[in-house]
Ligand binder design. Structure first.
Ligand code: ADP
Ligand code: MG
Length: 420
């Protein structure tokens, strides 16, 4: 067992960082001390290091479950680059050929590999479970752990079977990490993984540099958006729409107005999507008009605004999507267009879904509605949604704090959120 007093030295030696960020050190000490750990940290907080560093210091193989197949190769390359040796990190997912899988397993069996990224369906595959039974596992890291929960914004049924696979392979400490902070999701994660006694860490979800605003959605919305972009020339932005059709239409309208914009949704070829993403990262285009298929794992630090053309389906999703603005700590405008008509459309749409899903969907939507219609500080509401009390009365960085308006008539929106 490595002496954890040297953790900071190892951080510097391996990753070149002088200091731990936030709770990283404490999280790592607990994991290396044999505890199950639950980590809630906003995107960009530095969750990966919480399993990468201990994986390299501990005996055996660390298994990291992640849904982001597209990003695994990149992460593995980074670790292998740092350790100046191929095979220290590997990934196992459906993109690998048989011969590649054999190589991965050979490296694991030889003890060379310390860190293995796996897609959940690869972990759960019986032949892999049987293989791992003979491997010494240092710990299991469940990244993007909200995928376990139907209350999260990216439910993956395979995540539900992780604990079963762990039990078959052999129990070792489990660390679950997510940026999704609602109580329902947290409870689901702890229960499904069977780590109710985990040591829990939660960082603040406040993003002080983000400005939140809700605007009424009228038939002039396209003009409103063009005007906003023209007032912010050359700035990078993301515009989220619910439908692929609207994504394409709006991108077309923006281009017709001499705005460098491109469409992104899951219906486009993988090649087109990857090209568009590159264009955005390299600033050949300023604006991406996208469905929520765009954004997970995208690390562009200087996105200056995120606009929601349609009301988001949940506040959770809204927080994650707006979180892509201002990652460099500089300004980030988060503007949501809202109309009751849209709300009705979404409610209607839900009628075709299974009953259980309908119930969840309705409640999530109700919370978004409350947010949109409220005259209370948006920041306060968002943080409250994540179980965090915002200490000030006026954040100065949302429309409601800058331009206090009279209370909405009828039911008071905040009451719904506070009792949710
Ligand atoms: P998350 O998974 O929480 O969204 P990442 O693990 O991708 O965040 O880390 C976000 C960024 O923070 C990365 O660029 C990473 O290199 C950087 N980072 C992580 N830990 C540290 C540290 N201790 N010091 C400096 N930078 C760090
Ligand atoms: Mg991450």
């Amino acid at each position: 067992m490595t002496n954890t007093d040297n953790l900071k030295k190892e951080l510097k030696r391996i990753f070149g960082f002088d200091n731990f960020k936030g709770d990283q050190e404490s999280i790592i000490r607990n994991l290396m001390g044999g505890h199950d750990v639950f980590v809630l940290m906003p995107t960009g907080g530095g969750k990966s290091l919480c399993y990468q560093l201990p994986s390299l210091l501990m005996d055996g193989l660390a298994i990291v479950v992640s849904p982001l197949i597209a990003l695994m190769k990149n992460q593995v390359d980074v670790i292998n680059g740092i350790s100046e040796e191929d095979g220290v990190a590997h990934y196992l997912n459906s993109s690998l050929k048989k011969s590649e899988i054999d190589q991965v397993k050979a490296d694991i069996s030889s003890g060379k590999t310390k860190l293995l990224y796996v897609a959940p369906e690869s972990l759960n595959k019986q032949e892999n479970v049987d293989y791992f039974k003979n491997v010494k596992i240092s710990f299991y890291a469940i990244d993007e752990a909200h995928c376990i929960s139907e209350w999260g914004h990216d439910f993956r049924p395979e995540y539900r079977k992780i604990r079963e696979s762990v039990d078959q392979i052999g129990r070792a400490p489990i660390i679950a990490l997510t940026a999704t902070a609602t109580d329902k999701v947290r409870t689901d994660i702890l229960r499904s993984l069977g780590i109710e006694d985990a040591v829990q860490f939660k960082s603040s979800f406040n993003r002080p540099n983000l400005y939140y605003e809700v605007r009424p959605k009228t038939k002039n919305i396209d003009k409103d958006i063009v005007k906003y972009i023209k007032e912010n020339p050359g700035k990078s932005g993301i515009i989220y729409c619910l439908s692929r059709k609207k994504v394409e239409e709006l991108a077309e309208i923006l281009r017709a107005n001499d705005i460098k914009a491109a469409a992104y949704h899951a219906g486009l070829d993988a090649e087109v999507r990857s090209h568009t993403q590159d264009d955005f990262l390299q600033e050949r285009i300023d604006i991406i008009v996208a469905t929520i298929a765009f954004g997970m794992g995208i690390d562009k630090p200087d996105v200056r605004f995120v606009i929601h053309y349609d009301i988001p389906k949940s506040l959770e999703g809204y927080y994650q999507e707006t979180g892509r603005a201002g990652r460099d700590g500089q300004e980030g405008d988060c503007i949501a267009f809202y109309s009751q008509k849209d709300l009705k459309k979404l409610e209607k749409f839900m009628e075709n879904k299974p009953v259980a899903e309908q119930e969840i969907g309705r409640q999530l939507l109700q919370e978004t509605q409350a947010y949109a219609e409220s005259s209370v500080c948006r920041r306060k509401m968002l943080l409250h949604y994540f179980g965090e009390e915002y200490p000030k009365d006026n954040c100065g960085m949302c429309d409601n704090c800058r331009n206090p308006k009279k209370k909405i008539e009828g039911k008071d929106a905040l009451v719904i959120v506070l009792s949710a």
